[in-house]
Design a protein around this ligand. Sequence first.
Ligand code: ARG
Length: 461
Amino acid sequence: MAHLWSGRFEGGPDAALFSFGASFGFDRRLFEDDVTGSLAWAEAIHAAGVLSAAELEAITRALHEILAAGADPAFFDAAAAKQDEDVHSFVERELIARVGDAGRRLHTGRSRNEQVSLDLRLYLKRRVPLLQNAIEALIRVLAGQAVAAGDAVMPSYTHLRRAQPVLVAHFFLAHCAALRRDHARLAALLAEIDELPLGSGAIAGTSYPVDVAALAARLGFSRVVLNSIDATGERDFVSSFLHGAALTMVHISRMAEDFILFTSEEFRFFELADTAATGSSLMPQKKNPDPLELVRGKSGRVIGRLAGWLATMKSLPIGYSKDLQEDKEAVFEAEDTLRGSIDAAATVIGGLTLNPHVTATAASGLLLATDVADYLVARGVPFRDAHEIVGALVRRLVRENRSFDSMTLDEWRAHSPLFEADVRDAITPAASVARKRTPQSTQPEAVAASLRELQAWLTKS
Ligand code: ARG
């Protein structure tokens, strides 16, 4: 068959090289966006005097027919058999098959170099909000767990060593905070995408008087790109998307890791739902967190897509090069992996049950040492000295394999005469969390306020 560019050549291209270069196998995913762009372009070049009203009408009707035909996947398989190079060639061939010469005029003043940038922008404008919805759904699940946890406490960890008691709700809200940044990053990405590349031509601009501002408005863009050379050869919005996807994967991977640890026999803070775990073919006792492990594992794939894409871009001269075609598989794979991972994480986390006695026991003990030091500070001891006194006390308790709650008042006073009978009540996980004073802290009213703020955010978004 003839290709969009056959005129320049004596014969057809080498078949293997042609299929090496073809992108229709994956860029058919841009089909709907390609038709959207072509409908708008037809109107724009009609307004510029290139198409007659009758031609515009015929093209518009045929493009709608093509769009409707695309509802059946078999439509694309037939096209693949016809060896279309990419989705743009496919739509144009289908159009010409329906309207002949009018269809042959549609590409006037337009290049695939700008068309592909437009299509991918339109695609992401449609799809990124769906990812944002999925992130919101995951946040809703985490917020539900925060509510269900009530005033339960657990240890927090630094260096994966017990640090200080926190509310379990505070821990869930920590993961929500990261996801809200991911959500905001996608909103910033949508603003970055919001530029119309059409009018750039292949690189130098177009020779027809196309009203690009009107075309931008027609396609839902708030502005037009600054420079045609840049626009046809840049994909910064792809880099930003991959970065946003990779960072979100990093966050849900860390979340998965927390729950892999916290549902293990060693921690037993949470129990996995039977529906969210898998057994072992050999060891009958096993309840494995496979979906969480896959979420963690798949993060590597999306990080790899970002790194691979930046490597593809780094040596490209300004202007379009075919290397840019690599953008689509990177975007689609990152999108699918991210979406699948967010949804899996939401299902698994929604099914977790808390073991509040286990977390409370783990949250009491020597991790209250900072509270003991604060007790002395409240009685006038400089913090550095208090740290020293409590350090010696901890050293002794570790040696004797005991904890603060087993100490008599005399034993307390042997370390500092400032300890009074009230030290017993002051050194508990509940007193520790209640003592915190800042809005971002684990203090129960602060956590309740954060939860209310989060719920308000979920209601508006
Ligand atoms: N399939 C191509 C891509 O994805 C479309 C643009 C082709 N442009 C060209 N000059 N060969 O980038």
